[in-house]
Design a protein around this ligand. Structure first.
Ligand SMILES: [Zn+2]
Length: 292
């Protein structure tokens, strides 16, 4: 976080304070509640749990989502423990120490693997560590990798909260090869966290109680066609334009297509018609115009 918004004039402020000031400046309409403490101590952990359960938009209601942007294993485990106990959905994010890979992970207690179900997943960076780090030198830091992972995290948050697109359970980022592996992982029935095991039982019951899904082909419903912000989706190319364009499509790998093609030139197009040569010189024409 400090690599993304910490500014020189904020020297001396904690990351938490600097984050609040920067974000408040960007959008003064957002309400912030800040707590600057270590969540791994017993006392703070209780308060942390309490704010997850009661710090929603409406006081006394749980929050919608917890985002983990911490830089150490203990803090991640503390978030994992709290969310398993409360059945709170959360998203984990991280950048590797060598700064050339990162990941985001959505954890729905009981439904997807928690942080204690399996060893933390990392994206193979396929790089010789010796070329990146030297003994006694501070760990590598790339604000760009941080920025990409932060962007992916927030994109997943929007899809999750606003219910559009495919929400990723795990999305990795390998900066060396621009490779974005995705996967999802079921929870481990032998997870060390007893609250994870409890949430798994409850999830199984919930799924069993669901009515059997009927196999009916339905037209996809358009979500948020009317919205209070007046946001509209406008296609930059109309269907008609796409049909009319008949230019050659280049050979492209699977999954990539062209936004539009350049129409074939037509014989009678305006550009093809040349002005008939009247034989008059430029001087003659200028004289004619003056007399008009
Ligand atoms: Zn677990």
């Amino acid at each position: 976080m400090n690599r993304l918004f910490f500014q020189p004039h904020q020297a001396g402020l904690s990351k938490v304070q600097a984050a609040e000031y920067t974000l408040r400046n960007i959008n003064p309409d957002v309400l912030f509640e800040v707590h600057n403490y270590n969540i791994t101590t017993v006392e703070n952990f209780q308060h942390f749990m309490d704010r997850i359960s009661n710090g929603g938009l409406e006081e006394g209601k749980p929050v919608d989502l917890v985002l983990s942007c911490v830089d150490n294993f203990e803090a991640r485990m503390a978030i994992n423990t709290a969310c398993n106990e409360l059945g709170q959905t959360w998203m984990e994010s991280g950048v590797s120490e060598n700064a050339v890979s990162g990941h985001i992970q959505l954890i729905i207690p009981g439904e997807s693997a928690c942080f204690a179900c399996a060893p933390p997943l990392v994206v193979a960076a396929n790089i010789d560590e010796k070329t990146l780090k030297r003994e006694g030198v501070c760990a590598a830091s790339l604000p760009t990798t941080m920025g990409v992972v932060a962007g992916i995290l927030v994109q997943n948050v929007l899809k999750f909260l606003l219910n559009f697109g495919t929400v990723s359970f795990y999305l990795g980022y390998n900066a060396m090869q621009d490779f974005f592996p995705t996967m999802s992982m079921k929870p481990n029935p032998q997870c060390d966290d007893r609250n994870c095991r409890k949430q798994q039982e409850e999830y199984k019951k919930k799924v069993a109680a669901l009515p059997k899904p009927e196999v009916v082909q339905e037209e996809e419903e358009i979500i948020h066609e009317d919205n209070e912000w007046g946001i509209e989706l406008v296609s930059e190319v109309s269907e008609e334009e796409l049909k009319n364009s008949s230019g050659p499509v280049p050979d492209l790998p699977e999954g990539i297509t062209v936004a539009y093609t350049i129409p074939e030139k037509q014989e009678d197009s305006v550009a093809e018609v040349t002005v008939e040569d009247s034989g008059e010189s430029l001087e003659d024409l200028m004289a004619k115009m003056k007399n008009m």
